[in-house]
Design a protein around this ligand. Structure first.
Ligand SMILES: [Zn+2]
Length: 241
């Protein structure tokens, strides 16, 4: 579906994953490539039905559902954070490091400028977001998420998550002043989603600090959390920071 002029979103029932396609006049940008070679090929076919333009790929982070379809798009320019590339190469999911988004990279797609940015470690050490300024769209990867009736899921918090740094990464996202925020999972939303997620993460950090210091037991923390018990438990226990 087209969420803004020349910006398309493709959603999948499996994991409620969203991938993006940004069209310029000379090339297109594919935002995430799905979870394996077959899924990547399906997405590549779908892109080809939309446009014959050469593609560039950006991978928002190294989790399989966003990244492992990469071989279906190669050879092409492919962008990701160095930490993301290191992990994909280590797991033999990429033939080598592609182009690096260390902090901020601006791409010219032809009559359209797109910004790739690493807002800081958060959901993973190598998160990258994609801003399309002329239409106010921000592809946020898994830095924000939507599930029916809520925000995060238990899968939002993994052993590679740096919970303490995540809220400041969301502060940087807010500076893009996007009007449409596309989560890696779930429906697109307005900019409020970024602030909602940031506040919830701050609460989770407070609860975690209280549990770690012994001021609160885990059940009390689950009661006070703005998120469901399984999600809160994952946030309190899985990140290693
Ligand atoms: Zn993820």
């Amino acid at each position: 579906m087209e969420i803004a002029e020349g910006v398309l979103l493709r959603r999948y029932a499996e994991l409620d994953l969203s991938v993006g396609l940004v069209l310029g006049s000379e090339r297109c940008l594919v935002v995430d490539v799905r979870g394996d070679a077959r899924q990547g090929a399906e997405l590549a076919d779908a892109v080809r039905r939309v446009t014959p333009l050469p593609w560039t790929v950006v991978i928002t982070h190294d989790h399989f559902d966003h990244a492992y379809g990469l071989p279906a798009f190669l050879p092409c320019d492919a962008w990701a954070h160095p930490a993301c590339w290191d992990e994909l190469v280590r797991l033999d999911r990429a033939p080598g490091r592609g182009l690096l988004v260390r902090d901020r990279v601006e791409l010219d797609l032809g009559r359209r400028r797109v910004v790739l940015a690493h807002p800081g470690v958060a959901h993973t050490p190598g998160d990258v977001v994609v801003h399309v300024p002329d239409v106010g769209v921000l592809f946020a990867g898994d830095l924000v998420e939507r599930v029916p009736g809520g925000t995060f899921s238990a899968e939002s918090f993994g052993t590679d998550t740096v919970l303490a740094a995540w809220p400041s990464a969301l502060e940087r996202l807010a500076t893009f002043d996007a009007t449409t925020v596309v989560p890696g999972h779930g429906e697109p939303a307005g900019p409020d989603l970024v602030e909602t997620c940031r506040r919830q993460l701050l609460t989770l950090l407070d609860l975690r600090a209280d549990v770690r210091s012994g001021r609160l037991d885990e059940n009390a923390a689950l009661d006070r959390s703005p998120l469901p018990a399984d999600v809160t438990r994952a946030a309190l226990t899985k990140p290693t920071d």
